[in-house]
Write a new protein. Structure first.
Length: 726
């Protein structure tokens, strides 16, 4: 289907390109010029990566060995260079290949077709027994395999998905003031990814399988604009349709063979993403007024629908028989309907030569108009039954506004002050807070008084306050605050410096410090702090040589407080010695260096790029008071412990030498290495069978790779690539 779509789009582009008006058509001798460029090569590994270790190495790319068709470029145009037909490609035949076709005549029409492949490798060392009788139906032999057999199962083929977006766009300009654009994008998603299947809920057995992916997204967009020097108007219609060829995924239970009444199921079933559709209509108008003032307004209305048929409430034959005998009637589908509306208004003005004013207001409204439905009884994990429940809706409205003024008292200095306001209103039946408002004050100072130096500093302080936080159920801790609804104070300081002390040196430095305190949260997230520090320096002592480097440090630290409990009643929260505190630290450091050297002008050059990143995550937990007051087992369960530190290091290196054999022909030799080292206690050494749980046993293994690529290119200066379909 997607190949057919691409073929039709390419044929249509070629046909329309042939029909583009050519102002030189009346001339008898219109010569057509053809410009092309290409690069082919061969890659060989000096140190390869084992098949089971390639998941991280090829996470979002492919690095094959052998002959490579790396890039090409082809352009047809008549002598006057008005209409052009252009075709380019990247990594042809590989999992991450792309093509771009463009037919263009300035001031009249622009037709483009783009096709990308975007791979995502999840695992190359997963193991599992059994097979698929149908796509998305995983079976196991009878009797079920024992733990040793599961742990010794063979490796599966790489688990990966791939997106194949194809985008067709047409822009027409019949008159200078009119502009029309139509865009259509079809995105195919295929492959597999790991997914968990619960056979009996928390504490019972589970199995990790692969979610089958066979999805298609159609996006269609039309826009019409009209522009005059004083005002501009644009109207846009958007349509998006999501189609999933698979409704559910089913798996045999690795520990149970026969269905039991409310006790266990021989199979599990999970619904997959349902088919849905979304539409939107947007209108934008802008007008230029006196005193260098511009006002822009936008209104948008959207509606979304989903009515995929529900799957059966249980796959357990025994429980299903009970539901049938009780004559329970379940809804067959959702009839989902959601409507959204957005309004934006902004003003930009410079009433005085030294004063600039900006203001904006936005309102967003989310309305769930799905009919009220309910189920007569809940079947939990295909095992137990509970009282029925009604559907919950989560409507909300959000308003925000911002105003700022900049003053330039003297030429090199600009002082800016701003104020922002944000308010969100929710339904208190489903959220703890009806209204939360946040106010942000900020001030910044810019200095550009020296031609080689630019400085900018910004300070902001925000306060959010919520009205009447309340419990939704008695099972909630009344002193817990959800982080997106809780009162908080946020302060942030940032600084940027750009300097060119001499023509050959460029320096940049940045600092950003953020502090968030949830001031009224006895439990829940209490602090969330961030720090970032970075710098770059580039030195070009001559046109033939340049060298540069950079460093970035980022760290995030948050604090969370909770209380161990033994049940869902207020009485189970009455022991303050069961409080525990967790401090999560997530930090990364990235260093880089690069150089370029022209060894022989117009003949030989060399260059390289080295990067090193190191990150770690640590959760340190403790009890402010030694747990007591319960049984020995309860006190032990309430005792907090640290999680082992998770670390990751990545070090890619690329060096190249390019020799210009002839004026437009070049030979390039490139050496690349890539090293990855990580430890994550959750997956390192994980076996497929662990207690009552059966996993795929996959993780991102360490690797080290070194490889050489030699390529021949014609007109390398024309070979550019940018992935833009998405």
């Amino acid at each position: 289907m997607r190949i057919q779509t691409l073929a039709v789009a390419l044929i249509a582009t070629g046909a329309l390109a042939a029909g583009l008006p050519c102002r030189a058509a009346a001339q008898d001798s219109v010569k057509t010029s053809v410009i092309w460029a290409a690069e082919i090569g061969n890659r060989e590994y000096l140190r390869g990566v084992a098949p089971q270790d390639r998941a991280k190495f090829e996470q979002y790319r492919t690095v094959p060995s052998g002959v490579l068709f790396q890039r090409f470029f082809l352009r047809f145009s008549p002598a006057d260079s008005l209409p052009t037909l252009q075709l380019s490609g990247y990594h042809l035949g590989e999992q991450d290949q792309s093509l771009w076709l463009r037919a263009h005549q300035p001031g009249h029409a622009d037709l483009q077709v783009q096709w990308d492949r975007i791979p995502h490798t999840f695992s190359t060392n997963a193991r599992a027994l059994g097979g698929q009788t149908l796509r998305g139906v995983y079976t196991l032999p009878v009797p079920r395999p024992d733990t040793a057999t599961l742990n010794g199962s063979a490796y599966l083929a790489p688990i990966r998905s791939r997106w194949d977006p194809i985008k067709l766009s047409l822009a027409l300009t019949p008159k200078p003031e009119w502009g029309f654009k139509a865009e259509y994008t079809q995105t195919g998603r295929n492959g597999d990814r790991p997914i968990g299947m619960a056979m009996g809920g928390s504490g019972n057995n589970t199995r990790e399988i692969m979610e089958p992916i066979d999805q298609t997204v159609h996006d269609f967009r039309l826009s019409q604009s009209y522009a005059k020097p004083r005002y501009q108007v644009i109207v846009t219609y958007g349509l998006s349709q999501f189609t999933n060829a698979l409704q559910s995924v089913t798996s045999d239970n690795p520990l149970v063979i026969v269905d039991s009444l409310r006790a266990g199921t021989s199979r599990g079933r999970t619904a997959l993403a349902p088919n849905n559709i979304a539409q939107s209509l947007t209108a934008t108008a802008a007008v230029n007024l006196a005193r260098r003032t511009r006002i822009t307004g936008t209104v948008s209305y959207g509606w979304r629908a989903q009515n995929q048929a529900f799957i059966s409430p249980t796959i357990n034959a025994k429980n299903l028989d009970s539901l049938v005998r009780a004559a329970y009637v379940f809804p067959t589908s959702l009839h989902g309907s959601v409507h959204t509306s957005t309004a934006n208004l902004s003003l930009n003005s410079r009433p005085l030569r030294t004063v600039t004013v900006n203001a904006r207001y936005r309102r967003y409204d989310f309305q769930d108009k799905t009919p009220d439905i309910s189920v007569p009884i809940l079947v939990i994990s295909d095992r137990t039954m509970a009282a029925g429940a009604a559907r919950e809706a989560f409507p909300f409205t959000r308003d925000n506004a911002d105003v700022s003024a900049s003053w330039r008292p003297i030429a090199p200095v600009t002082l800016t002050a701003g104020y922002g306001w944000d308010r969100i209103e929710r339904d208190t039946a489903v959220r703890n807070v009806n209204r939360a408002s946040e106010n942000t004050r900020r001030v910044s100072l810019d200095y550009t008084g020296i031609s080689w130096l630019t400085l900018r500093g910004t300070v902001s302080y925000a306060t959010r306050r919520a009205d009447g936080y309340h419990q939704l159920t008695t099972a909630e801790n009344p002193d817990t605050r959800r982080f997106d609804e809780a009162d908080r104070n946020v302060s942030r300081v940032s600084f940027l410096a750009l300097a060119t002390p001499i023509d050959q040196i460029d320096v940049m430095a940045t600092v950003d410090v953020g502090r968030t305190n949830y001031i009224n949260s006895d439990f829940g997230v209490q602090k969330d702090n961030s720090d970032a520090l970075g710098g770059e320096i580039d030195w070009s002592p001559s046109s033939r040589f340049s060298i540069g480097g950079g460093f970035v440090h980022e760290s995030y630290r948050n604090q969370f407080r909770s209380r161990y409990r033994t049940g869902n009643t207020p009485a189970t929260l009455a022991n303050p010695t069961w409080d525990w505190l967790a401090i999560n630290t997530d930090a990364s450091n990235v260093a880089s260096a690069n150089f370029r050297a022209v060894l022989i002008p117009d003949r030989l050059e060399a260059g390289g790029l080295w990067e090193f990143s190191k990150s770690h995550f640590l959760m340190a937990a403790n009890n402010p008071t030694t747990p007591s007051g319960g049984t020995a087992a309860q006190n032990a369960s309430a005792t907090a412990v640290d999680f082992p530190e998770a670390t990751q290091k990545l070090q890619p290196l690329s060096l190249y030498v390019r020799y210009l054999v002839l004026r437009e022909w070049a030979m390039t030799l490139q050496y690349q290495s890539d090293y990855y080292n990580a430890y994550d206690f959750r997956t390192t050494g994980l076996q497929p069978a662990t207690g009552n749980h059966v996993f795929l046993g996959n993780d991102l293994r360490n690797y080290g790779a070194r490889y050489l690529t030699i390529s021949l290119s014609y007109r390398p200066g024309l070979l550019k690539h940018s992935r833009s379909t998405m």
